[in-house]
Design a protein around this ligand. Structure first.
Ligand code: BT5
Length: 321
């Protein structure tokens, strides 16, 4: 009902709508209207109330509120359900708990700030206000082995959106980052709950540094991280970006389900930050250096060492030589 009132006030933006009209159009009491208006004000909506004239919407808060995210989203299933938190430990953990309770495919969890944001291998992810910290629940019918490819597909979705909307040279750093000007602007954490041959759910966690001042990052990442605001020299709409990312993620996921990894792999190679560089990879068995030659059909990184040996790396951290 709150969303209905908001929609109505948006439709009539610039004019007062009387409590009577709202109550008549929505079939609720005027006291209920008043209560919902107060709840909207508490969320940060600027609504002027004038006796006899009614209510007028003056402004919306710069928050990723479900109503705003869903408005005009136009996706088939992704983002039909959105959970929003001002502050949370980790959106991935929230998404996991929702998925465990049966939340449907495409459910989205978004937060303004995370106090326990996670990277891979228990590393921490700095998540101050101004970023997009979002997790998506998927329930793909394919084998668990396929899931790492979803990380690259998601990096592709984010990269496409950043290139389109900011015209910055965003590139995919294997296996889970998006880089701009040699710095990390986005990290992806894919978590999964599965049996040997069946996925129960996948959580795709995307952390995108949008309107963040470098000084708001902890000191240890200031030298390697960047944000869109730093690169563009001005802030950019997080809402519009988030909607575009959800749309693009759905497209890439549909493509994956329909045509497999091949078309995604092709585009990931073209937009790769890693390929062609001499890199050092820290992967389970130790360190290995070589030239990054290709991304395989299974999403692994192929390296050629200076002795000409070919190495296939399925996961790890890539550093530049
Ligand atoms: C990642 O891990 O890059 C995955 C990050 C995923 C974050 C999202 S936010 C929404 C969802 N909820 C979560 O709790 N997580 C996901 P990894 O490749 O392990 O990189 C982690 C490393 O990146 C850290 O050790 C730092 O060096 C660096 N780092 C931390 N915060 C950063 C930031 N905001 N921007 C750039 N680099 C950062």
């Amino acid at each position: 009902m709150k969303d209905c009132i908001l929609r109505l006030l948006k439709e009539e933006k610039g004019r007062y709508v009387s409590g009577e009209e709202i109550s008549g159009r929505l079939g609720i009491s005027r006291t209920a209207v008043w209560k919902y208006i107060n709840a909207l004000k508490e969320e940060g909506y600027e609504i002027e109330s004038r006796s006899r004239a009614g209510y007028m919407l003056l402004g919306a808060p710069d928050l990723l509120l479900p109503f705003e995210v869903k408005e005009g989203l136009g996706t088939r299933f992704l983002g039909k359900e959105v959970h929003h938190f001002s502050e949370v430990r980790s959106t991935n953990d929230e998404a996991k708990s929702l998925a465990g309770k049966g939340a449907g495919e495409g459910t989205v969890v978004v937060a303004e700030r995370q106090i326990g944001g996670k990277g891979r291998l228990g590393r921490s992810w700095a998540s101050p206000a101004g970023g997009i910290w979002v997790s998506i629940i998927l329930r793909p019918a394919f084998q668990p082995l396929e899931a790492p490819k979803l990380t690259l597909a998601t990096a592709l979705a984010v990269t496409r959106v950043l290139r389109e909307e900011t015209h910055l040279d965003a590139r995919i750093k294997w296996p889970n980052d998006v880089f701009i000007n040699s710095k990390k602007v986005c990290g992806i954490l894919t978590e999964m709950n599965a049996e040997l041959d069946r996925i129960h759910y996948v959580i795709l966690g995307i952390g995108l540094n949008v309107n963040i001042d470098i000084m708001d990052f902890p000191e240890e990442v200031r030298g390697t991280a960047t944000s869109l605001m730093e690169e563009l020299g001005k802030p950019i709409s997080r809402l519009q970006l988030l909607r575009s990312i959800l749309r693009e993620e759905e497209k890439v996921y549909d493509l994956f389900l329909k045509d497999g990894f091949a078309p995604i792999r092709e585009e990931v190679r073209n937009l790769s930050y890693t390929l062609g560089k001499w890199v050092t990879v820290n992967y389970g068995k130790g360190m290995v250096s070589g030239k990054a030659l290709d991304i395989s059909e299974s999403g692994a990184l192929l390296l050629r060492t200076d002795k000409g040996r070919m190495i296939t790396v399925t996961s790890g951290d890539v550093g530049e030589e």
